[in-house]
Design a protein around this ligand. Structure first.
Ligand SMILES: NC(=O)c1ccc[n+]([C@@H]2O[C@H](COP(=O)([O-])OP(=O)(O)OC[C@H]3O[C@@H](n4cnc5c(N)ncnc54)[C@H](O)[C@@H]3O)[C@@H](O)[C@H]2O)c1
Length: 260
């Protein structure tokens, strides 16, 4: 097959959770630019619709739907809505994250809320959407994890900044690490359904952070900068497409070489 064909997502129906967020927006754009029909789903439907409309103005196929990943009924409604509208699902990109804990001393209630969305909800949506993919003969799942699921917090990034910057919440590290193990679990468990499961572990994306943070951070990165809006697009399109047909259960660390 021609390499452009291998990388194309033409005729593919892709669901991305949290597709109106920072990395989510880049991914929604990249997946649609690869010719997929993209559904972005989150609790913030107005914002999702605004983002989707902006991409549609550019001729891309993007639609917003409602999802509260912590609510099983909401997951089932989304599954039905995608089935009714498109008749199939080919790719799931798990990009949504909630950050209810703000630091080390965050409450147990915040931890439980984080579990509901980022752990229980992740399991729920993955199983239900894998079932929908199975009905169409298979597909691909891409989990957006983080380098923070692979390494402990590097507090030196926050030197010279107010204390709250280095007060890292434990739930985020727990979920992102768990996501990588779950990636390998599902890669094995869904293999007989012709569904591949991979992960990307990005480093930080530039989003107007203070100069001091950028200075602390970028001196450790061989590429010499934070991630930009284009960096993750090709990696995820690759994992969603036939170009990665023989890649399964893998995690791609996308950190500009910070941990090389
Ligand atoms: N921002 C970074 O520098 C960075 C670095 C590494 C990894 N990541 C990963 O990238 C992904 C996106 O992060 P981001 O920084 O763009 O986050 P963000 O906060 O901008 O977006 C998170 C998204 O999750 C959605 N969401 C929250 N609660 C939800 C729920 N209950 N149900 C469904 N959707 C829900 C929100 O609508 C939002 O679109 C995350 O998985 C994150 O771990 C981000």
């Amino acid at each position: 097959m021609h390499v452009k064909e291998l990388l194309s997502l033409k005729e593919k129906v892709v669901l991305i959770t949290g597709g109106e967020g920072k990395y989510g927006r880049c991914l929604t754009e990249g997946l649609a630019e690869a010719d997929a029909k993209v559904v972005t789903a989150s609790p913030f439907l107005d914002e999702g619709e605004k983002v989707a409309a902006g991409f549609r103005d550019r001729g891309l196929e993007v639609e917003a739907m409602f999802l509260d990943q912590a609510d099983h009924d909401s997951v089932m409604n989304l599954k039905q809505e995608i089935k009714d509208q498109y008749g199939r699902l080919d790719v799931l990109v798990n990009c949504a994250v909630a950050r209810p804990m703000k630091g080390y001393n965050g409450s147990l209630e915040q931890w439980k809320l984080s579990m509901d969305i980022n752990a229980t909800g992740l399991l729920d949506i993955t199983r239900e959407m894998a079932d929908l993919m199975d009905q169409g003969g298979g597909g691909a799942i891409v989990n957006i994890a983080s380098m923070m699921g692979m390494f402990g917090p590097d507090l030196s990034n926050y030197e010279g900044l107010p204390d709250e910057w280095s007060d890292m919440p434990p739930d985020y590290f727990f979920h992102k690490g768990g996501m990588l193990t779950l990636t390998r679990y599902f890669a094995r468990m869904l293999a007989d359904k012709n569904i591949r499961v991979n992960a990307v572990s990005p480093g930080g994306i530039f989003s107007g952070q203070p100069e001091r943070f950028i200075e602390n951070y970028t001196k450790k990165v061989p590429v010499g900068r934070l991630a930009n809006n284009d960096d993750i697009k090709g990696v995820v399109v690759f994992l969603a497409s036939q170009a990665s047909a023989y890649v399964n259960g893998e995690n791609i660390l996308m950190d500009g070489g910070m941990h090389a």
